[in-house]
Design a protein around this ligand. Structure first.
Ligand code: NAD
Ligand code: MN
Length: 353
């Protein structure tokens, strides 16, 4: 039997609630579809950091490298500054494994209310540059603690990094029915990196005559997402811009609790990482009401990446059957908890093709 080795890193907060739910659903699905998933569990999180001083133990990334995929929850705890936790766990994996293409679909699932009048118009894929840009990590602090203290945070745009993400975006846009791509930029105000970002897009576009494209400044993009959602299909944006726009996209599709993401290393030199886009959600941790649907949708993206397209589609159908039935957690206006939604998805899998 085909067996995939999956590294499970629940991390912090509700990561420890939604990742076990995801594993439960994935195991039920695999049994039905004739493949196996061998999960190995990693305790990498803020508890480990506070006890040992490291999120990732020595040699950890080398071990992680041997897996077929990484199934990740969230990182972030009240006791640890966010830049320490993010740079201690998530970013070393994304950057170390060159997961430069971050794919974030947004769609209003059946039975889910969008805050938009015409929620059904939301059917987008946002592609986020995930290896450089504003989150390159370049910069520093000088004259620490003195009145003349200065901090720099340098955006880094490389020809190679920009070209590969635009090419990835055009490929993905071409594979979707509308074949439409929007370039998000801020090259009016940021006249170096963002201008290179635009120029390389125009170059890459020439190789994809079948894809229609347009260009939008990031501030205007927020209004377009709210007022003209049907004019958008596939979107490519820098690390920071897409981070912000995809939370907006999640809200417009109903809740942060349903939005999935894949951090892809398209060349498959390294394993890719699959995670819900939400964080550790301190306010609901331990209450058993975290929405597991983002994690299930993420699991579907992971199966697709592993080559189990039929199982991936079956899981999506099960998720949609459950939202259509109205088995929803409180973030979606429902009264059900994580357990009830997980059980409902497993039942839908049993019924499904
Ligand atoms: P968050 O996503 O944790 O929470 C934002 C809001 O959305 C909260 O009200 C939360 O209850 C709600 N929410 C999120 N996921 C939900 C779910 N599955 N079901 C129901 N409601 C859900 O974002 P935040 O509050 O900005 O950050 C909290 C911590 O998480 C911080 O430490 C932050 O750095 C970290 N964080 C980590 C990641 C990641 O690991 N990828 C992403 C975002 C934030
Ligand atoms: Mn984010």
């Amino acid at each position: 039997m085909k067996t995939y080795r999956i590294a499970a890193i629940p991390g912090d907060g509700i990561g420890n609630e939604v990742i076990p739910a995801g594993i439960e659903v994935l195991e039920a699905l695999a049994a039905k579809r004739g493949f196996a998933l061998a999960f190995e569990h990693f305790d990498w999180g803020s508890k480990r950091y506070l006890e040992t001083g490291a999120y990732i133990p020595a040699g950890g990334l080398e071990r992680l490298k041997t897996f077929d995929a990484i199934f990740f929850g969230a990182v972030g705890a009240a006791e640890v500054p966010d830049h320490i936790s993010l740079w201690g766990l998530r970013l070393p994996i994304c950057q170390g494994f060159d997961q430069y293409a971050n794919v974030r679909p947004a769609r209003v699932l059946p039975g889910v209310d969008s805050p938009l009048r015409d929620g059904s118009a939301v059917d987008w894929v946002i592609i986020r540059e995930n290896s450089e840009g504003e989150y390159s990590g370049s910069g520093g602090r000088v004259h620490r603690g003195l009145p003349e203290e200065v901090a720099t945070e340098t955006s880094v745009f490389t020809r190679r990094g920009v070209e590969r993400i635009h090419r990835f975006a055009f490929e993905l846009a071409r594979a979707r029915p509308k074949k439409h791509l929007t370039l998000v930029t801020k090259s009016n105000a940021q006249r170096h990196g963002m201008v290179l970002w635009d120029e390389i897009f125009f170059e890459v576009a020439k190789a994809y005559p079948e894809v229609r494209w347009d260009r939008e400044l990031v501030d205007a993009m927020t209004t377009r997402m709210v007022l003209k959602p049907g004019s958008i299909d596939t979107v490519v944006a820098s690390n920071l811009h897409a981070d912000i726009l995809s939370d907006l996209a999640a809200a417009l599709s109903g809740s942060l609790g349903i939005a999935p993401t894949a951090n892809l290393n398209p060349e498959r030199t390294f394993p890719s990482m699959f995670e819900p886009i939400h964080g550790s959600a301190f306010d609901i941790t331990g209450k058993g009401i975290a929405n597991p649907l983002a994690t299930f949708w993420t699991a579907s993206m992971m199966l697709e990446h592993l080559g189990e397209a039929r199982a991936a589609a079956g899981l999506m159908r099960a998720i949609e059957a459950v939202t259509a039935e109205g088995v929803l957690t409180p973030d979606l206006g429902g009264v059900h908890d994580t357990r009830a939604v997980t059980n409902a998805v497993k039942r839908a899998l049993d019924r499904g093709r």
